[in-house]
Design a binder for this molecule. Structure first.
Ligand code: SF4
Length: 393
């Protein structure tokens, strides 16, 4: 397969998100490349939503000035002197608010795709992240990330670093078919083991589990068991979406290699880009049971340093996790969004939730109801939320 690199000067690099992602805990992202030569045949990046063309995987756009642009943005967003901090220092020497965790790469571009060997832009970004003490979450399908282990260790010492290896199967042949230019799964697992042994939180984003191809009981069990053996701290699982050009590409591969599955897929994806709800619930409940069996988390633990508004972030995290687990269990979208919205409100608050609580004014928080007030009350009193523990199973 030939790949063309198209170099250009970007105008911006750091994308600040309005909301916290309650799967990855990121609220900003950077990506030095556009499109991805790993060329996975199920990649959502192929869909029109991301303005992809049929050339996805063959043309990669290289943001050659990424480090210079990013440095200017970090000067504004992550100033190194606390007195100048965007987050404010309450005089205690601690940051008042939580720094955003930044995702390196995006759902449509792997920061460690082969272009990185030539351009080294991801490494330069990590050097800046170390300098500016940016909490970092790397998501990749490549063992090239090991080249930067020295930087990952230093970032982790100064602030926080997590590495998620994206895996859809451990079967080398299936992986070669669907992820033709990514590192073989075994290599990803070995890289995970090396990173985890250095004390850096690493895990797998088991996404997408490909319906009827990589979702059997034995395959899922093997993946979770192996992840645990290599030192994964979590397994975050999800199924496959099917949007316009993404679906077109996937069906082409399916027709060539698994023609007998076409009708089953059409039935499974009857509601559009997502599989049937019952299928998803059954999948997530199997994964939860297996994660329990192998004593591994089925969510990513969040980094919460000793900041002044730590209790706010602990409370919002509890609510975000409720929303996450409700989603896995197939709860109504309304309920999921209500928890998520309240979590975000508390995340963004400037006032300490403990002061609000002590003043008996929890009910003044926008979006809070009787049930959520009770959960927060219990959490602030005991540090636990029984409802969340039940959902975790
Ligand atoms: S590695 Fe990720 S971004 Fe790249 S093609 Fe595969 S799924 Fe898409």
């Amino acid at each position: 397969m030939t790949v063309t690199y198209k170099e250009y000067n970007c105008k911006s690099m750091l994308r600040m998100h309005k909301y916290v992602d309650n799967w990855f805990w990121t609220s900003a992202s950077v990506s030095p490349y556009r499109a991805c030569e790993h060329a996975c045949n199920y990649c959502d990046g192929r869909s029109k939503k991301y303005h992809a063309s049929e050339d996805f995987g063959h043309i990669v756009h290289i943001k050659t000035n990424a480090p210079e642009i990013l440095k200017k943005e970090l000067d504004r967003t992550f100033p190194r002197q606390k007195s100048l901090s965007y987050f404010g220092s309450g005089g205690s020497g601690r940051d008042r608010k939580l720094k955003p965790t930044v995702a390196v790469s995006s759902g449509i571009s792997d920061a460690y795709q082969p272009a990185e060997k030539k351009y080294g832009l991801t490494r330069k970004i990590l050097e800046l992240f170390l300098d500016y003490e940016v909490p970092t979450h790397i998501m990749t399908k490549s063992d090239l990330v090991l080249r930067d282990l020295d930087l990952l260790k230093k970032i982790n010492e100064r602030t926080w670093c997590t590495v998620s290896f994206s895996v859809s199967t451990l079967d080398r042949d299936i992986a070669r078919l669907f992820e033709p230019r990514a590192s073989p799964p075994q290599k990803r697992m070995e890289a995970l083991g090396i990173i985890s042994a250095e004390g850096i939180l690493a895990g797998i984003t088991y996404i997408p589990i490909i319906p009827y191809i990589t979702d059997s009981h034995e395959q899922v069990k093997e993946t979770i068991k192996t992840s645990k053996e290599f030192g994964a701290g979590y397994v975050l699982a999800g199924s496959m979406t099917m949007r316009d050009l993404q679906a077109k590409r996937f069906y082409k591969i399916l027709d060539e290699h698994y023609p007998e599955l076409r009708d089953k897929y059409k039935a499974l994806y009857w509601r559009g880009y997502e599989p049937d709800g019952k299928y998803l619930q059954e999948l997530h409940s199997r994964i939860k049971a297996m994660c329990n069996e192998y004593d591994i988390l089925n969510y990513i633990p969040r980094y919460i340093p000793d900041i002044e508004l730590k209790k706010n972030i602990e409370t919002s995290t509890m609510l975000f996790l409720i929303s996450y687990f409700l989603g896995l269990g197939g709860a109504s979208g309304y309920k999921i969004r209500a928890f998520n919205k309240l979590a975000q409100t508390i995340e963004d608050m400037d006032e300490n939730i403990l002061d609000i609580y002590k003043a008996g004014k929890l009910s003044d928080i926008k979006g809070i109801g009787k049930t959520t007030a009770k959960l927060i009350d219990e959490f602030l009193k005991t540090g636990k939320c029984e409802y969340l523990e039940e959902l975790k199973g």
